[in-house]
Design a protein around this ligand. Structure first.
Ligand SMILES: [Zn+2]
Length: 386
């Protein structure tokens, strides 16, 4: 297929991938760019201008009609738009309650985007690129924004997903679950200014230590829980994962997580590592002996005992995390939450994933990240994940 046709095909299936690749790698095709981008905007009408982008975001935030973020009432009247295309509303009950002529709010009041200076259209581009697992440098280049801005954007998006999706207590794994742990090198990035003033030791980079590392040694462990995909069912979702960054891997640390995330009675597969032995009590617990070079076996009842699903997820997570230069331990759990979210929505059309992400983001005000960014400057690294 000629390259141009490939691009046209990609535009229909994955518009943002098209845009990113186009802007990053195919700059020599610049002549075609305007034509293709024009088509792209026709296929995704909300990418035409800020007003359409704002309308689209409002539709996702309030599918059943706009309600006041303060009082929840739907007796609101639209007023003139802001300069960046956001719609202003006046809440009649709030105005009466406060004894004012107006009680205004906009499309973004009390949302994660409220304090942002980016325009709605830019946000839509950034979210589409974020969904492609790009890092700040790539997002900045593709969406044509500052790299520092892109960095703030991905922290905001990853933080929103962590708070709403990762911490969602209703998400549980059942049927056949695998558990495994993995260690990720992550530096504890110091603030450059403080290092210069010699107030603290220079940043430690992740160290190549072997064995059971902890967050303190620069290799925070991660616990992965996965519900195997039901292969008999064609329409079943992708294997559902739960990834948690930990200070250490001890039974005391992982026990509450497993108890909360895996439904009792499920089949539970791990390697022979002793920290998992406690699961015998509540689960149908089976082990595979990696130490004896055994990676899978079939039990007499026909059950395949292995944790290869989890191994596969680790390798894709490593690929994703390798993408971020010198990943900071303070933000590692946010990146991991993005990978978890995108993996669990991997079986869906990109548009469904995109809107699922938006719905998650609109269900929080971004408090978690604000609190985290504030507290983490003073907190020992090992407490960052709580
Ligand atoms: Zn109100």
């Amino acid at each position: 297929m000629p390259l141009n046709n490939q691009l046209v095909a990609m535009r229909e299936t994955q518009p943002w991938k098209f845009l990113a690749l186009h802007r990053l790698n195919f700059q020599f095709l610049r002549l075609n760019f305007q034509f293709l981008e024009g088509n792209f905007k026709r296929s995704e009408p909300y990418l035409q201008d800020d007003q359409k982008a704002a309308d689209y975001l409002r539709q996702v935030r309030w599918p059943a009609g706009v309600t006041c973020p303060r009082c929840g009432n739907d007796a609101v009247e639209p007023r003139e738009r802001c300069d960046n295309g956001l719609q202003r509303f006046n809440c009649v009950p709030c105005a009466a309650r406060l004894g004012q002529q107006f009680a205004m709010f906009t499309d973004w009041t009390s949302s994660i985007f409220e304090e942002s200076k980016l325009r709605p259209l830019e946000w839509l581009l950034v979210i589409g690129l974020w969904q492609l697992k790009l890092n700040a440098t790539e997002i900045a280049a593709s969406a044509d924004i500052q790299e520092r801005t892109a960095q703030r954007c991905i922290n905001l998006l990853d933080g929103g997903i962590y708070e709403t999706y990762h911490l969602d207590p209703t998400r549980q794994l059942e049927h056949q679950g695998e558990a495994d742990e993995c260690y990720q090198s992550a530096g504890s990035q110091g603030l450059a200014r403080e290092v210069e003033r010699h107030e603290r030791a220079p940043r430690q980079r992740g160290m190549q230590l072997r064995g059971r590392a902890t967050a303190e040694t620069g290799r925070p462990p991660m616990l992965g829980l996965v519900q195997r995909r039901d292969k008999a069912d064609q329409d079943s979702p992708a294997a559902q994962v739960y990834l948690e960054v930990l200070e250490n891997v001890r039974t005391a640390t992982i026990k509450p997580i497993i108890a909360a995330k895996v439904k009792g009675g499920a089949q539970f597969f791990t390697d022979e590592y002793s920290i998992y032995h406690f699961t015998k009590a509540d689960y149908d617990y089976r082990t595979v002996n990696h130490g004896a070079d055994e990676y899978a076996h079939r039990d007499p009842d026909g059950t395949c005992v292995h944790c290869n699903t989890m191994e596969g997820i680790w390798s894709s997570l490593r690929n994703f995390l390798d993408h971020f230069k010198d990943i900071s331990q303070r933000f590692l759990h946010l990146r991991v939450a993005r990978d978890e979210f995108l993996h669990n929505h991997g079986h869906l059309h990109w548009r469904q994933t995109f809107e699922a992400a938006l719905r998650c983001l609109f269900s929080t005000t971004g408090d978690y990240l604000r609190r985290m960014a504030h507290q983490h400057r003073r907190m020992p690294l090992t407490l960052c994940y709580r």
